[in-house]
Write a protein that binds this ligand. Structure first.
Ligand code: SF4
Length: 311
């Protein structure tokens, strides 16, 4: 059987679901490629997108088509798809268990030099701007790292690994190996107490230690987390703080975060129910100002940031 894949988002991040689908089909002896309308002749096409606003076209083909990923399943794109009667298609909100628990096909993205996966799924919190609780539900253990680790470097996509006992156990085991990790969705600063701070200090990170501070209410927890990490030798400059930006009202919080000696990283608010990227120009300007370190380190006054498009 011939299988073709479409990664509609085309971000720098490889599409994990497509890598698992590829591995599952290859294990059955199927041929897998990325869909090329002129060259592919698939029996089944899998199309995936994470973001609602990612544009997509439905392949003009008689192949079976299966769409999946948050960008398809959490919205009304389905309305658009139902207008098409030329092909049959299905929607998958999540992978079947035997696909979920397979080692991803890293050959699909030959340029990556790291493994990726989820040790836990879900989250204990319910932040109103976040899709995770709706998409994944309660926190739970998902897989041991050896299910998906094939490189020395591993990117963990867990949303709140410190909220799960088995997640912490797995991090303890990882700390005793030479594996280098990135916990790329961030560690929950409210859960960085003395015990977890010690564990974090013993892990080897590929780059920054990421945490978050999305509201003024969370700032005190961040401050305590930075102090706890500091008491185990983690310098603030190693900590990247993801912080949500909805408007200019978020600037004082960004400046307070910066005063801790950590690195603020502004994330423009995206309404995941919208079909277009709804970030306002001022939000884009703030993100560019904060995230361009050479600019931010020399200009801490947004009103004087000459690169802003909103005056
Ligand atoms: S803690 Fe993080 S993952 Fe959990 S709901 Fe809030 S933003 Fe989402």
């Amino acid at each position: 059987m011939k299988i073709s894949l479409i990664d509609y988002d085309k971000t720098r991040m490889p599409n994990l679901a497509l890598m698992k689908i590829s591995a599952w089909h290859k294990a059955k002896g199927d041929d897998v490629d990325f869909y090329e309308p002129l060259f592919s002749n698939p029996n089944i096409i899998y199309g995936s997108k994470v973001f609602l606003f990612t544009k997509f076209t439905i392949p003009n083909t008689t192949a079976e088509i299966i769409f999946g990923g948050t960008g398809f399943t959490l919205n009304k794109c389905i309305d658009e798809m139902t207008k098409v009667d030329k092909c049959s298609f299905g929607l998958r909100a999540k992978l079947a268990d035997d696909m979920e628990h397979i080692c991803p096909d890293y050959e699909l993205y030959p340029n990556i030099d790291y493994s990726m996966g989820f040790i836990t799924r879900g989250c204990v919190r319910n932040c109103d701007f976040c899709i995770v609780p709706k998409k994944e539900g309660e926190i739970r253990f998902n897989a041991h790292i050896n299910e998906f680790q094939r490189h020395k470097k591993v990117v963990l996509l867990d949303n709140n690994i410190l909220a799960c006992k088995e997640g912490i156990n797995e991090l303890e085991a990882i700390s005793k190996t030479d594996t280098k990790i990135d916990i790329n969705q961030g560690l929950d600063s409210r859960l960085i107490d003395k015990k977890t701070a010690k564990l974090i200090s013993e892990l080897k990170f590929i780059d920054n230690i990421k945490t978050a501070c999305d509201s003024d209410k969370q700032f005190n927890a961040l401050k305590i987390a930075v102090e706890n990490l500091g008491s185990f030798g983690v310098k603030p400059y190693r900590i990247l703080v993801l912080t949500l930006v909805k408007s200019e009202k978020d600037i004082p919080r960004i400046l307070e975060i910066d005063k801790l000696g950590v690195k603020p990283f502004a994330m423009g608010y995206i309404d995941y129910t919208k079909k277009s990227d709804c970030r306002t120009q001022i939000v884009k300007d703030i993100c560019r100002w904060v995230n361009h370190k050479a600019i931010f380190n020399t200009c801490k006054d947004f009103s004087k940031y000459i690169g802003r498009k909103t005056k």
